[in-house]
Design a protein around this ligand. Structure first.
Ligand SMILES: [Zn+2]
Length: 460
């Protein structure tokens, strides 16, 4: 195996492995390092398992760390919601946002609006725990203005549920574990969102990352799956990343573990949506459609794992969690090139009470336009599903009619009476008036009893 595609001439990979130790009380958590090494190009070239090579740096930890060990204070800025945030976008970016994500706002604005709405429903920093299902892409967590960092600062901690494309791959077990960490009579706030980039030139689905001269895709997993499904010719690195598709198609039969099940799931979920994604007029619209379809995949997964069972799994829990609630905020994170902070388009916001009552907070928090746009996006997805269902039903009806007609034709042509199936003679009993066995000819006029096709001259 050669070096990975991302490695430049002097690139290196640092590997730090160990165990995180969660400490009760005011002390910081600890970390027990088990491996620490640097791997350069030469180490990769040296063998198949580069992780085994590399230069060992464990002696670094022989020094005793010093300095204060106190938790960093949480910082939540108050945002001026009337500030002209649009001025920080380029004209092309503004155009793309208005056209494809018209009700998007800066992530920090959305965070503050959500906090205000939830504070009104008795969600406090003390009684609420926060979980998030977003793509691990560093773009979503690289600035204080990012909604994910603001949320974590606000609520104090984050339990990440998400994997590639923002899908909550930690699943029911992840939710089950997290939901047993809620303070007495407390609440959960869950944020779920895929993400999409917009360059300074207004290109949707791409972004310039810090210190990189070339554009890269965002979300790479979502777009990689789309390309693997034939959306666009695959580039070399995409071929490597989406080897999941080759395996799904049965083309890759290499032995051993593949460790790529997240991308395989994304490919399977996006496969039936390819038609509606590609309905876009241009590249930007197709990429925006992909972001919305990815949102529907994330939401469906989330809807399946979120529950309120933790409020009443035992008599003790039932008595502890009397007024508890689960609030959910769903949308799309929009990573912006240049001076603009990242945006967030809210598509679903509300809470579920202990008795199962669902309260929608979209209109009160984000206004009627956001509700209208979100409903349009949801309706479109449903419409495509209904069109597919109707097409399938029509095909089934046509096939049934054709089959029935084919069964009726021979008796009608002969003008004969239709004999019920159970009264018809078995093939072995089917004799012609001359006493010949006609069963083979009845089955297929040009085939003999052994199933061998006869030449036409012989028949004549
Ligand atoms: Zn991503």
């Amino acid at each position: 195996m050669g070096e990975p595609h991302w490695m430049g001439k002097d690139s290196k990979l640092m590997l730090l492995g160990g165990i995180m130790i969660n400490v009760d009380g005011e002390k910081n958590d600890m970390f027990a390092p088990q491996t620490f090494k640097v791997i350069d190009k030469a180490a990769y070239k040296a063998g198949a398992n580069a992780g085994e090579k590399g230069k060992d740096l464990m002696s670094y930890f022989d020094k005793t760390p010093s300095g204060p060990r106190i938790k960093a204070p949480k910082q939540v800025r108050t945002i001026n919601l009337k500030a002209d945030w649009k001025a920080k976008m380029t004209a092309a970016q503004g155009e793309s946002v208005t056209k494809h994500f018209p009700t998007a706002l800066p992530g920090s604005h959305v965070e503050q609006m959500v906090f205000t709405a939830l504070a009104d429903k008795n969600f406090t920093q003390e009684n609420t725990v926060y979980t998030e299902s977003s793509c691990p892409d560093e773009l979503n967590h690289d600035s204080n203005d990012d909604i994910s960092n603001q949320m974590a600062n606000r609520w104090g901690e984050v339990f990440p549920l998400g994997g590639l494309a923002g899908i909550p791959f930690t699943g029911k077990t992840g939710w089950g574990a997290f939901s047993h960490h809620v303070p007495d009579n407390g609440n959960i706030l869950a944020l779920y969102a895929p993400h999409v980039g917009i360059t300074k030139d207004g290109v949707v689905g791409k972004i310039h990352r810090p210190k990189m001269s070339k554009k890269t895709t965002a979300c790479g997993a979502s777009i990689g799956a789309y390309n693997a499904l034939g959306g666009a010719p695959k580039k070399a690195y995409e071929k490597e990343m989406t080897s999941g598709l080759r395996r799904l198609e049965g083309a890759e039969k290499t032995e051993g573990p593949k460790h790529d099940h997240q991308i395989e799931y994304i490919i399977e979920q996006l496969r039936p949506q390819m038609g509606s994604i590609q309905l876009g007029d241009d590249f930007n619209e197709v990429m925006a459609n992909l972001a919305y379809e990815t949102y529907h995949v994330v939401k469906a997964y989330m809807d399946d794992i979120v529950d309120t069972k933790w409020m009443s799994y035992s008599d003790k829990a039932d008595a502890l969690y009397v007024d508890s609630k689960v609030a959910c905020l769903g949308g799309i994170m929009i990573n912006m090139d240049g001076a603009s902070s990242d945006l967030f388009i809210p598509l679903n916001f509300g809470y579920i009470a202990k008795d199962g009552t669902m309260v929608n907070l979209m209109e009160d928090t984000f206004g009627a336009k956001a509700v209208e746009f979100s409903a349009k996006k949801q309706a479109r997805s449903n419409m495509v599903m209904w069109i597919i269902i109707i097409i399938v039903i029509v095909i089934v009806i046509v096939v049934v009619i054709v089959v029935l007609k084919m069964k009726m034709i021979p008796s009608k042509v002969a003008g004969a009476e239709v004999i019920p199936l159970q009264d018809q003679p078995k093939p072995s009993e089917a004799k012609s008036e001359r006493g010949e066995d006609n069963s083979a000819r009845q089955l297929a006029p040009n085939v003999d009893a052994d199933g061998v096709e006869k030449p036409k001259e012989e028949k004549a």
